[in-house]
Design a protein around this ligand. Structure first.
Ligand code: HEM
Length: 427
């Protein structure tokens, strides 16, 4: 384990394919431990992570996405940096994104966002999800093989959000074409980061125009609802604030869902026993998804900034410290989950994983993501028998090769090639 001592999690690409031995090393140093670089304290304990997530007064989300990269635009001074953070807030990375907001500003944006997730809207969206799953499976069902991310998961997750936002057919196509160029939100290298920023800029500008035109000429669609929606205090949001909400959904809800689906299929591709079990009893698919979120959740890291000097897990945390929440490690905390490295269907406490975060910033799209993955698995298991990992791409059992996206935020396969036998009656 000694070899991990000087490793920099935020830039070291050797941790990308399998970060779990590094997480074990961190945990062996304590469930809260200072890293050798970047003024960061790492949290790998489930209980300690909850203590941070549930104390938004002490821990700001201003660094939620980037963590310690880029550097803070100020040098923290004293035992309370709240005023300093407010002074420099607009210079913080991803300033306009809801996930980086705190307090009243966050609550206002969240109220706006939740207008999209009404029960009737979600119900309509689920009808779309079901239809879309089958339409996409139709495209490759006759071939006996497919690459999950490009041929199914990425376009599927994108089109579901496009439907949620009520985008027209031609706009969906624009996004679908554009989206294939999109790498991760945050990468371990500057190049990935800048192309992510480019895509985000594209989506943001698009929605800014969309919202402005809906304000001038309401059309009665979903984006009109969002464009004319007021904050709970009755004031009208800036166009840019609404555009951020809509644009953020593309960043937050697309890759994450696609990667979760790939994590599920990777397990199923190796485990014919689980495939048979879930085919026979689809009611257990939701449990299976929760365990996949716990074992290999799509968000492996999020961060908070200590506003005041404090202590967590017996470790001093001076104001201005970045607190790295290693969700991927907390979800395998042996104090919380028995035999944490074992994929175990039916764990009684599985839903306590932190795959969707917790506290004020709990994932707003969790119900949607769960529905997308559940319906996809239901349809795939019904229409395809004997789903297996394609050896030509990933090697034989015991010698598999899988590449993951080079990012310290998300956890996800670059591609997953699968083969299957078309099901007799279900095709
Ligand atoms: C499997 C799929 C997904 C995973 C694993 C996931 C995970 C997460 C996590 C861990 C957070 C909290 C980040 C933090 O603690 O700072 C979060 C926040 C968020 N997620 Fe998701 N997410 C998924 C899908 C979605 C979808 C489909 C949407 C929307 C369409 C969405 C929208 C959001 C939003 C808006 C936030 C920020 C909430 C806030 O700051 O109040 N997510 N997500």
């Amino acid at each position: 384990m000694g070899s991990f001592e000087r490793v920099d999690f935020f830039t070291d690409l050797s941790l990308v394919d399998d970060p779990y031995p590094y997480f074990d090393y961190l945990r062996s140093q304590g469930s809260v431990t200072r890293l050798p670089h970047r003024n960061v304290v790492a949290v790998t304990g489930h209980e300690e992570a909850l203590a941070v997530l549930n104390d938004a007064q002490t821990f700001s989300s201003a660094v939620a996405v980037g963590g310690p990269i880029p550097d803070l635009p100020f040098v923290p001074q004293g035992d309370d940096i709240s005023a300093q953070l407010e002074e420099y807030r607009e210079q913080m990375y991803a300033y306009g994104a809801i996930v980086t907001m705190d307090g009243a500003r966050h609550a206002k944006s969240r109220a706006l966002l939740m207008r999209l997730f009404t029960p009737s809207r979600l119900k309509k969206n689920e009808e779309f999800i079901l239809g879309q799953a089958d339409r996409q499976i139709d495209e490759f069902i006759g071939q006996g093989r497919f690459e999950l991310l490009k041929q199914y998961a990425s376009p599927f997750a994108l089109l579901v959000i496009a439907d949620l936002l009520g985008l027209s057919e031609s706009d969906r196509k624009t996004f679908r074409d554009q989206a294939f160029e999109v790498p991760q939100q945050m990468g371990a290298d500057a190049q990935v980061e800048s192309s992510a920023a480019e895509f985000f800029g594209f989506v943001f500008n698009y929605f800014e125009e969309y919202i402005s035109s809906r304000r001038e000429q309401p059309t009665g669609d979903i984006l009109t609802d969002l464009a004319i929606a007021r904050y709970p205090d009755g004031s009208l949001p800036e166009v840019a604030d609404v555009a951020w909400v809509a644009a953020f959904l593309f960043g937050a809800g697309q890759d994450t869902t696609a990667r979760l689906l790939s994590a599920c299929l990777q397990v199923l591709g190796e485990r014919p026993d689980l495939q048979s079990l879930l085919r026979a009893d689809p009611g257990r698919i939701p449990d299976f998804i929760e365990e996949a979120l716990r074992m290999d959740g799509a968000v492996k890291h999020a961060a908070r900034l200590a506003l005041r000097s404090t202590r967590i897990g017996g470790v001093d945390i001076p104001a201005g410290t970045v607190v790295s929440l290693f969700y991927g490690a907390c979800n395998r905390d042996p104090r919380k989950f028995e035999n944490p490295n074992e994929f175990r269907l039916g764990r009684p406490n599985v839903k306590e994983h932190l795959g969707f975060g917790r506290g004020a910033h709990t994932c707003a799209g969790a119900a949607l993501a769960r529905a997308e993955v559940r319906v996809s698995l239901e349809r795939m298991l019904q229409r395809m028998d004997d789903i297996r990992i394609a050896e030509a791409f990933h090697g034989k059992p015991g010698q598999r090769r899988f590449s993951h996206e080079p990012t310290y935020v998300l956890r996800g396969l670059k591609e997953l090639h699968l083969e299957f036998t078309r099901a007799g009656g279900g095709g």
